[in-house]
Design a protein around this ligand. Structure first.
Ligand SMILES: *Cc1c(COP(=O)(O)O)cnc(C)c1O
Length: 423
């Protein structure tokens, strides 16, 4: 079924560490190699077709190869693709984003989500003149030094939540709290009074399986940070334009001080965005003293793909439909799970969902108890039956507007068959 993919991976292993450009793609014992993708489907080099719920780990909320994005990018390419000068699109896109996110007065475009969180943390430290910050255990904010401590996503999947190559001195200023635990947050802040620049968190955790905030947790977090003069950074690289057009902050009615966006914001092209209140953002270079720069920052191709995506989302408001589809799938599988009484569970929030081999976790410690080997067995069975889930228990599945009701019915059936064989 996968002869060509296997042969390609054998070659790749000699040329790239682990054979890949990003760790989570190094599925054991080999990944499939993609030839093309369209709508809800992805096709590999051996001619297999899969319904895709990985969706490139989140960016493709409108599905693969969306016609309007294709059109806008093609048209933009005709004019050249990189100038090293400002373009009007930056202003248009900045206006669009600041109009959707009340907490954002100004933005800085970056190239990746990692660059956005790196810049946001530097900005928070520069603005406050403090050197410590808090992250949540198991959260993932991209692959840069200060956040690779108890990091989720591929770092957890491949057993290196604390990366080598980062001297201890670099991370002594990175403090950690468990998710869904406001008391521990208060304790930590009290122990480090006047020393903490910011708390950065994924409002809904999407990189340590899917972990949903308990009622009131995020409101408590906002209150505690505000009362203690700690900046609140919402890393909405996944949740932005996903939970709702205005992200988790709109969904939960909370205003963070700084927001990072990415993934959907680039419409499938590389992007990251730092946004926040004017008095904070103006500390970024060249108006302020916190440095950030990039050759490809604000490049017209990423901007036009992102602008088109967000404009479509704003016009069509597909969120209700996305949630209904996700709910239908989750309900169907839950019914089956109850019938067979297996030790799996499933949950969703809007168009993010996850199947857990074990109990639904509430924080990183409980997520680590999930049976990730069993998840991998499940992944392979699903793939054999034409469905592509992200290849790790520590990732989240994504519904797109391109998924049809037929796709979902088929998926529910296949999940039931695969689980029956496994449990
Ligand atoms: C994916 C992700 C990042 C990193 O974004 P890249 O574009 O991969 O650098 C940061 N934060 C969160 C929450 C993410 O899911």
């Amino acid at each position: 079924m996968w002869e060509k993919s296997k042969a390609l991976y054998e070659k790749a292993k000699n040329l790239m560490p682990g054979g890949v450009s990003s760790p989570v793609r190094a599925v054991k014992p080999f990944p499939f190699y993609t030839e093309r993708a369209e709508g809800s489907k992805i096709y590999d080099v051996d001619g297999n077709e899969y319904i895709d719920y990985c969706m490139a780990y989140g960016p493709l909320i409108l599905g693969h190869s969306h016609a309007s994005i294709m059109e806008s990018v093609k048209r933009k390419l005709e004019d050249g693709w990189l100038y090293g000068t400002p373009v009007e699109l930056e202003i248009l896109y900045a206006e669009l984003i600041t109009g959707i996110y009340p907490s954002i007065d100004m933005v800085r475009f970056t190239n990746t989500g990692a660059e956005a969180t790196m810049t946001a943390l530097r900005l928070a430290k520069g603005f406050t003149g403090r050197k410590k910050f808090i992250k949540v255990e198991g959260s993932f904010h991209g692959a840069h030094d200060s956040v690779l401590v108890k990091a989720g996503s591929g770092a957890t999947t491949h057993g290196v939540p604390n990366s080598a190559g980062i001297p201890e001195e670099f991370v002594t200023n990175t403090l950690q709290v468990p998710y869904n635990d406001a008391e521990k947050l208060v304790e930590l802040i009290e122990k480090n009074r006047e020393e903490i620049a910011a708390l950065i968190l994924e409002p809904v955790m999407g990189n340590a399986s899917l972990i949903i905030p308990e009622d009131g947790y995020l409101k408590d977090v906002r209150k505690i940070t505000e009362e203690n003069d700690v900046l609140l950074i919402f890393d909405e690289v996944i949740t932005g334009f996903r939970l709702s057009l205005g992200g988790a902050q709109e969904y939960y009615g909370i205003e963070p001080d700084i927001t990072t966006l990415g993934k959907i914001a680039g419409g499938g092209f590389p992007i990251g965005i730092v946004g926040g209140k004017r008095e904070i953002m103006e500390n970024l270079s060249p108006s302020g003293k916190v440095y950030h720069a990039g050759t490809f920052s604000g490049n017209p191709i990423s901007l036009v793909a992102g602008y088109t995506t967000v404009s479509i989302l704003q016009e069509e408001r597909p969120y209700r439909d996305l949630r209904d589809k996700t709910e239908n799938l989750v309900k169907a599988v839950r019914e089956f799970i109850e019938d067979i009484g297996g030790s799996v569970s499933m949950n969703f929030i809007e168009s993010m969902f996850c199947l857990y081999f074990g109990d639904e976790p509430e924080d990183y410690a409980s997520a680590l108890k999930l049976d990730s080997q069993q998840f991998l067995n499940f992944y392979w069975k699903m793939l054999e039956n034409g469905i592509f889930f992200p290849p790790s228990q520590y990732e989240t599945c994504f519904m797109s507007t391109a998924h049809s009701n037929e796709d979902i019915e088929r998926t529910a059936e296949v999940m039931a068959e695969c689980l029956k064989e496994l449990l």
